[in-house]
Structure formats: C-alpha cells, structure tokens
Design a protein around this ligand. Structure first.
Ligand code: ATP
Ligand code: LTN
Length: 338
C-alpha cells in the first residue's frame, strides 16, 4: 500500500453491534470492495464506538469476528485494503483526545444521532455517546483519508470531522486532508419495512422492520411480503406520498440496475404482491454468494485472527506517522531517542 502513494485514501467503519442489515449493506459495505481499485482503502470494525451503547462482552467479541467476516465476504480483499479492528490500534484514542480539545461543546450538541440515541437509551446517556463523533473524526484523520463511503445518516459526522480538520490546520498549520462523504446515488438511506419514514436499523425492536444479511431465503421473502405499503395499489416512485412502495423500488433498483421508470412499467397494473415477490427474489439472489462466503470465512478463526493481526500492524504503522506529526505540531516534547 505504501508504494502507491498517488492514490487517495478511503476510510470507513462499521460497528459490531449486531448482524448487518440490508441498509448497512446497500448504503455502505457493498460499495467498499468497488473502491479498492481506484483508492487505497482502509476498513475498520469500530468496536470502541459500539461501547457507547451497553454491550455484553462475550457478544461484542463474537460480533467483532462476524463483522470482520461479513466485510471480507462482501468482497473486501485484505491483500488490497487495510482491514482491522479499531481497538487494536491505540492511535485512534490518542488522536481523539487532541481533536476533542479542538471541538466545541455546541458542535457536538447539534449532532442528530446523539439526540436520537439519547432519546432511545435515556438510562445511559454517557460521555462516550456525546463525544463519539470526535472518535469518528480521529478514525478518519489518523489516516488522512479523503473519501468516506457512508450512508446519508453519517453525513453530519463526516462534515464535523472536516470542520475539526480545517480548524486544526488553521491553528497549527497544514496537517490534515479534508475528508468528504461518498454517499451512494441510490440506497443511501434504506427505510424500515414496517415504518418506511424511519431508517432501517438493526437495533429496531420489530424484527420485521429489517432484513439481516444472515436471514435465510424464507425469512427474507416473508419480511418483504409483510412490508408496509399503502392502499392505492399503484407502483409509482414518490417518496413523500408512497414511502413504502418507493423504498421497495429503491432496493429493486439497486439489485437489478433498472430505472424507476422501467420498474413502474414492469409492475403497471399488477399490484404490490408481485412487486414484493420480485424485490424479495432480487435480494435473495444478490445476498446468496455473500452469505455462503460469510459462513465459510466465519468458520476459519485462524484466518480471521491473521487478518486482524496483519491489519492492526499496518494500521498502526501508517497512523503513527500522522500522530507523531500532530504531537509535534501541538507542542508535545519528542523523546530524544525515538
Ligand atoms: P443501527 O442504527 O442500525 O444500529 P448504525 O447506524 O449504528 O446502525 P453502523 O453499523 O455503524 O450502523 O453503520 C455502518 C454503515 O451503514 C454507515 O455507513 C451507515 O451510514 C450505513 N447505514 C446504516 N443504516 C443504513 C440504512 N438504513 N440505509 C443506508 N445506509 C445505512
Ligand atoms: N459512525 C458510524 C461508524 C463509523 C465510521 C467511522 C464511518 C465509525 N467511524 C469512520 C466512517 C468513517 C456509524 O455509526 N454508522
């Protein structure tokens, strides 16, 4: 990776908080392997972020392996990209402190995810939940990443990272590359199948609201058949008035490459049942190879451990250089024998 300095850096992360949803896949992970040719890509299982919500330790450990296996099963090649677990590289937390001292309380208070998550877990509005976007900025800035492939819900956090970088550069001199979100044109926000005005979320209590990448064929089809639509029976793309149908059409578009016009024509006069069945089939077919790769990779712990180890070493080596520079800029004394 070090050899190809001309390529820009892409960084993204996913939390090991549960099995990935179709939203995680379409909005983020599916795009990660596609970027490996044009960019130097760095992908992380961000386990430190997961702690902002209470986690059962054994479950977190298990899900960390599962998340890594899912990233690899989606087509990310650890020979081409850096793939690692966040807590294996201490640079993220070290940089996070410096960035925290360059971030305003008011900026953090405006983050909509903080407002949503603190409303959802009123018994655990902890400091980590509030300062989490700073750790996310550290994830990105520790590698001088330029492109951040995420779903649209993360746009605000990437913009905050950019603002922090800009401010640091203005105060201490040119140090960080300014990151920008890479948001997919279609599927940046897949909606809940039960409440299509809300984002599909793996932490939703209603299991019929999401498709998990680990769901089997029958479960996927059943969940699509139960998806909430509307009562006028017309297949038309109109997110405002027909959010349920539009969400199904968006998913179908992602996996078939058809335009909304073509989809409207295809289902003209046939009703929602046929649409739901076709969407279900397209998803089942698209996920099948990822699911079998996932099962194969997850059963090979030795391989996953070696990917983690190599990734951690590369990530630390790469980001340490940037942290050293930051430490010099802010005025920390360098040890003479370093
Ligand atoms: P949740 O709220 O479902 O637990 P999250 O937002 O914490 O999920 P992460 O696992 O951290 O999810 O997200 C990883 C990536 O998936 C991010 O880039 C995020 O933007 C994207 N993503 C999450 N949900 C959706 C969705 N419904 N549609 C599109 N992209 C999504
Ligand atoms: N905050 C993101 C996950 C995440 C991330 C990152 C994404 C953590 N660090 C760095 C892109 C770049 C989330 O909750 N979905």
């Amino acid at each position: 990776m070090e050899k190809e300095n001309a390529k820009k850096i892409v960084f993204s992360g996913i939390q090991p908080t549960g099995s990935f949803t179709l939203g995680n896949y379409i909005g983020a992970v599916r795009n990660w392997p596609l970027l490996q040719y044009e960019y130097n890509c760095i992908y992380s299982v961000v386990d430190q972020h997961a702690l902002t919500v209470r986690q059962e330790p054994a479950t977190l450990r298990k899900r960390t392996y599962e998340a890594l296996a899912m990233i690899l099963a989606s087509g990310v090649d650890p020979e081409k990209s850096m793939v690692f677990v966040q807590s294996h590289n201490p640079v993220h937390s070290q940089l996070s402190w410096i960035l925290a001292c360059n971030t305003q309380f008011g900026e953090l208070s405006r983050m909509t995810q903080f407002k949503d998550k603190s409303a959802k877990h009123p018994d655990n509005v902890n400091g980590g939940l509030f300062t989490y976007p700073i750790l996310m900025a550290a994830d990105i800035l520790a590698y001088n990443a330029h492109g951040i492939p995420v779903g649209s819900d993360q746009k605000q956090h990437v913009e905050l990272a950019r603002n922090i970088a800009q401010r640091f550069n203005a105060n201490y001199g040119e140090t960080f590359v300014l990151p920008e979100p890479f948001i997919p044109a279609v599927g940046a926000k897949i909606m809940s199948l039960q409440e299509p005005t809300k984002k599909m979320s793996k932490s939703d209590e209603n299991i019929n609201s999401f498709i998990l990448l680990s769901d089997d064929k029958d479960t996927i089809m059943r969940k699509f058949k139960r998806a909430v639509t509307d009562s006028d029976g017309v297949v038309k793309y109109d997110t405002e008035n027909k959010p349920g149908v539009s969400n199904l059409m968006g998913i179908y578009k992602v996996f078939t490459g058809k335009s909304f016009e073509e989809i409207e024509k295809e289902f003209d006069g046939v009703g929602y049942g046929v649409l739901k069945e076709a969407v279900g089939t397209s998803v089942i077919e698209a996920l099948a190879p990822v699911q079998s790769e996932y099962t194969r990779i997850l059963s090979d712990r030795t391989y996953l451990d070696s990917v983690m180890k190599n990734g951690a070493e590369k990530a630390q080596r790469y980001s340490q250089r940037i942290l050293d520079k930051v430490y010099r800029k802010v005025g920390f004394v360098q040890l003479k024998n370093k």
